[in-house]
Design a protein around this ligand. Structure first.
Ligand SMILES: NC(=O)C1=CN([C@@H]2O[C@H](COP(=O)(O)OP(=O)(O)OC[C@H]3O[C@@H](n4cnc5c(N)ncnc54)[C@H](O)[C@@H]3O)[C@@H](O)[C@H]2O)C=CC1
Ligand SMILES: O=C(O)C(=O)Cc1ccc(O)cc1
Length: 306
């Protein structure tokens, strides 16, 4: 593959930025990658593991000559970072972010982007519960979606180049409107995370069931909740504070459905429970048959068996 952006600056050296670095190296997509993180500790770790061709101590040094600047911090600080780097961006450069929420990021970053610099918001739908500079790996984006959410009046060439960049890192891309993005992500990612956090909290709070028992007897369902609930607290605090509207809407609908199921259990309405679970099973099977679940590790096997 060939170089897409000669000089790239990664701001925030965590799971996503480090995975992008290794994916860029794998594909030969950049000549020189600069890395910057706020804490000296993170910069030290990055230097030790060779994350970045150069790790610099200031934001300005990172972005000054960059053709592509990647904002890969928690979403709550992206606006402040954009404000700080804005006067130092190279004319013709492109800025992208990888935040899990788009409307707020567009509102907070967009106004700082100077004329002559393109801003193309992005969201790779790939991650793990691990964070920090040592968490990344080159194949994180392989066969996963990256949602690209252009701002109004975006330059189509800049958007196409950003899409080509994600595709070269292994991802499939899809263009989406910001509001729709935030609603979709509230359904498929944000509220499920909140439910996992809550369920782990409930188990912990229930003193009649010991931690030992939870660990010993947890089958896949609860184990998955604990994995998800181990995700980075700062990142997820910012996701909920910045995707308030869609989260509250989906949580409201979730609560209504939960109450209906609770009532069916209390009144012994087995028919309703059975009908509900039959419907949800059909949804899952529909996803598998359509071959849309690229996250399913045993997808091929599951398709044959079920
Ligand atoms: N973790 C995941 O599974 C996914 C995360 N995202 C989004 O990507 C972004 C980054 O997430 P991760 O890489 O997982 O986080 P992370 O916690 O692994 O890394 C974030 C990095 O940003 C640095 N940072 C924090 N505040 C900063 C500041 N003011 N200035 C400079 N650096 C700062 C942290 O020190 C850390 O190195 C977030 O906006 C998140 O919503 C998107 C897709 C998946
Ligand atoms: O680890 C998991 O299960 C995830 O769901 C990863 C993830 C977390 C946040 C995102 O914005 C996108 C993907």
């Amino acid at each position: 593959m060939s170089v897409i952006y000669p000089r790239v600056a990664l701001i925030g050296l965590g799971l996503i930025a480090s995975s992008m670095f290794w994916a860029m190296k794998r594909g030969g997509l950049a000549d020189h990658v600069m890395g910057y993180a706020r804490s000296e500790d993170t910069r030290e770790t990055a230097r030790r593991i060779g994350l970045g061709d150069e790790v610099v101590d200031t934001l300005v040094d990172a972005v000054r000559d960059a053709d592509l600047v990647v904002l890969a911090t928690p979403v709550g600080v992206m606006g402040r970072i954009a404000e700080e780097i804005a006067p130092h961006l190279k004319p013709g450069a492109t800025v992208i972010d990888v935040g899990s929420v788009k409307r707020t990021v567009i509102e907070e970053v967009g106004p700082h982007i100077p004329a002559g610099v393109q801003f193309v918001p992005c969201h790779p739908m790939a991650g793990t519960e691990h964070s920090g500079p040592e968490a990344g790996f080159a194949s994180l984006f392989d066969n996963r979606w990256c949602l690209v959410v252009p701002v109004e009046d975006a330059d189509p060439e800049a958007v196409a180049r950003v899409e080509a960049y994600w595709q070269a890192m292994g991802a499939n891309t899809e263009v989406m409107e910001p509001e729709h993005h935030d609603l979709v992500c509230a359904v498929v990612s944000h509220v499920p995370h909140l439910i996992a956090y809550t369920m782990v909290g409930v188990a912990d709070d229930l003193r009649r069931v010991s931690d030992q028992e939870v660990i010993k007897f947890s089958a896949a369902g609860f184990r998955d909740f604990t994995r998800i609930a181990a995700s980075d607290p700062t990142m997820w605090r910012d996701v909920f504070l910045t995707n308030k509207e869609a989260t509250i809407e989906i949580l409201g609908r979730f609560t209504e459905e939960l109450m209906a199921l609770q009532r069916a259990i209390r009144t012994g309405d087995g028919e309703q429970l059975h009908a509900y679970f039959t419907h949800t099973r059909a949804i899952r099977r529909g996803i598998l048959q359509a071959g849309q679940d690229t996250n399913e590790p045993d997808f091929g096997r599951a398709k044959v068996k079920r």
